[in-house]
Design a protein around this ligand. Structure first.
Ligand code: AMP
Length: 510
């Protein structure tokens, strides 16, 4: 059965169960309300942009109405494009422009304008009365229609929108459902939602929960910033499934009371997005001996995750870095060189990780050249497969995939995907900057922050003051996690023989 029709059946069967709860505000929404509210919002979307199928930008944070709004978009044949409050005004504005949307639904205040705009108060009003509205199932986004578009950092200074179709999401969810049914025989699990909706990690918890009739227990920013309150709320949460980046888990592990005795309901810890270290896995196994630790891997361009492995004690205790998993059903992962030809490199050899199969995105929105550069049709003896060049380096051993790092200037800082070129391009827009290179600040192999190196067209007296100016400028253009910790002003940029900035020399200055 098609994706949204399946969700409709689940919503009817679980009408009174809580679908989503914001753990900070305690606002919640049942499956019946979610379906009903999304129909009501859909009616107004139809009245406003009935005659186009353009994406709808949905700006906000962790209100239950965010979820209802996402569903309202796809019920009326529009992909939605989630943008979290961590995005500053300029970034939201870039996304509104890049998506060519005719409707911005802003559940939080923003000055960004659009041809049509619904505010939180509008949405509240739409869902207020009890009159039922029916939306024809023929209108639902389905098959190869784009279901959502997530914008990620782009190396040119503008974000790029990854188009995930209903088929991609459906194929991904069938795998997640079977993983959850295998991992636990309990129904109606409670899932942690920590990642903002504009990061695809949130799809892992949100949609897996909805499609297994669970409850999403969502932590908004205010709760994540108050660790004491967060830990006390966690104790009352009844959470079963943890979904986060390893970075967030490491912050939680600082509290010794975060353990299986205080949180006995946990069955599963799911990780994705960055390296899970043996140390973190070991610590979790010690504190939660009854729960499974699962490592998964994947880029936004292939619907959240495409590999998975249960980390057992021997893996965690070994000297060998943890594997990122086995290919999911419907996905084939190849290790390739620049020729990108089947079957790629043999087991044991390192190369670029190429993902082929049924969850690879349709491409980047309105960017055919970039799409052609990163996506391609891979010819195999069984026919052609749609494939994505990840830019990740890795190798396979006994069918297990291992991650060795990036092959370009993309990094992960606290789980956030950042193109260093994105920050550089934005800093270069400052009138007085003549050259800029941004580098990660690393300590014991871990990225702790960012440093910008600049040359200017004038002398400065106070580097600290100038650094603050740069940070303020970047903060207005880019999300907080992309703001460099420091800015180092150089008289001259060190260069390599082939005329590029000498990143190695710069790194030594840190
Ligand atoms: P995103 O699109 O934000 O999900 O980021 C995708 C990138 O995160 C991948 O291309 C990898 O570089 C990195 N990544 C994702 N999962 C893992 C993992 N389990 N271990 C190491 N790196 C990962």
């Amino acid at each position: 059965m098609e994706l949204l029709k399946r969700l409709k059946t689940y919503s009817e069967d679980n009408a009174e169960n809580i679908a989503f709860k914001n753990a900070y505000t305690e606002e919640s929404i049942t499956y019946a309300q979610l379906w009903f509210y999304s129909n009501k919002i859909a009616e107004h979307i139809d009245a406003t942009v009935a005659d186009d199928k353009k994406p709808i930008v949905v700006y906000g944070h962790k209100s239950p109405l965010m979820l209802a709004t996402f569903l309202a978009c796809v019920k009326t044949g529009h992909p939605y494009c989630p943008v979290d409050i961590s995005m500053p005004k300029d970034r939201l504005s870039d996304i509104v422009d890049a998506s060519e949307t005719k409707l911005l639904i802003a559940l939080e205040d923003t000055e960004v304008s659009c041809e049509n705009k619904f505010t939180y108060d509008d949405i509240k009003e739409f869902v207020q009365d009890d009159n039922e509205v029916e939306i024809s199932e023929d209108r639902f986004v389905s098959g190869s229609d784009v279901y959502y578009i997530i914008f990620t950092s782009g190396s040119t200074g503008k974000p790029k929108g990854v188009m995930i179709t209903a088929d991609c999401l459906d194929n991904y969810l069938y795998w997640m459902e079977s993983m959850m049914n295998r991992s636990t025989d309990r129904k109606h699990l409670v899932y942690l939602n920590q990642a903002p909706f504009s990061f695809d990690l949130s799809v892992m918890d949100t949609y897996t929960s909805l499609f297994t009739c669970g409850t999403i227990w969502s932590m908004e920013k205010r709760l994540q910033e108050d660790m004491g309150l967060m830990h006390s709320k966690l104790k009352e949460s009844g959470l079963n499934v943890w979904v986060s980046t390893p970075s967030f888990m490491n912050v939680c592990l600082l509290n010794k009371e975060f353990n299986g005795e205080n949180l006995p309901e946990f069955t599963t810890f799911l990780f994705c997005g960055e390296v899970l270290t043996n140390k973190t896995a070991r610590e979790l196994q010690k504190r939660f001996p009854k729960a499974e630790v699962i490592n998964t891997y994947g880029p936004t361009e292939s619907t959240v995750a495409v590999t998975e492995v249960v980390i057992d004690e021997s893996m965690a205790n070994s000297e060998h870095p943890l594997s990122i998993g086995y290919d999911k059903p419907g996905t084939h992962i190849f290790i390739m060189d620049e020729s990108y030809t089947y079957p790629g490199k043999p087991e044991g050899e390192k190369g670029e990780i190429v993902i082929a199969g049924n969850t690879v995105a349709a491409g980047y929105l309105n960017q055919p050249e970039l799409t052609e550069d990163k996506f391609f049709k891979l010819s195999t003896p069984d026919g052609e497969m749609w494939a994505y060049k990840t830019g990740d380096e890795g190798y396979k051993e006994n069918d297990l995939l291992y991650y060795c790092g990036r092959m370009d200037f993309q990094i992960k800082l606290n789980g956030y995907r950042i193109e260093l070129g994105d920050i550089e391009s934005n800093i270069l827009e400052m009138d007085d900057v003549t050259y800029c290179v941004v580098l990660p600040i690393e300590k014991r192999g871990e990225i702790k922050g960012l440093a910008a190196f600049v040359t200017l067209d004038h002398d400065i007296e106070d580097e600290f003051e100038y650094s603050q100016t740069v940070r303020k400028y970047v903060g207005e253009k880019l999300p907080h996690y992309m703001v460099p910790k420091k800015c180092i002003v150089l008289e001259e940029m060190p260069m390599t023989n082939n005329g590029k900035a000498d990143r190695r020399a710069l790194k030594e200055m840190l």
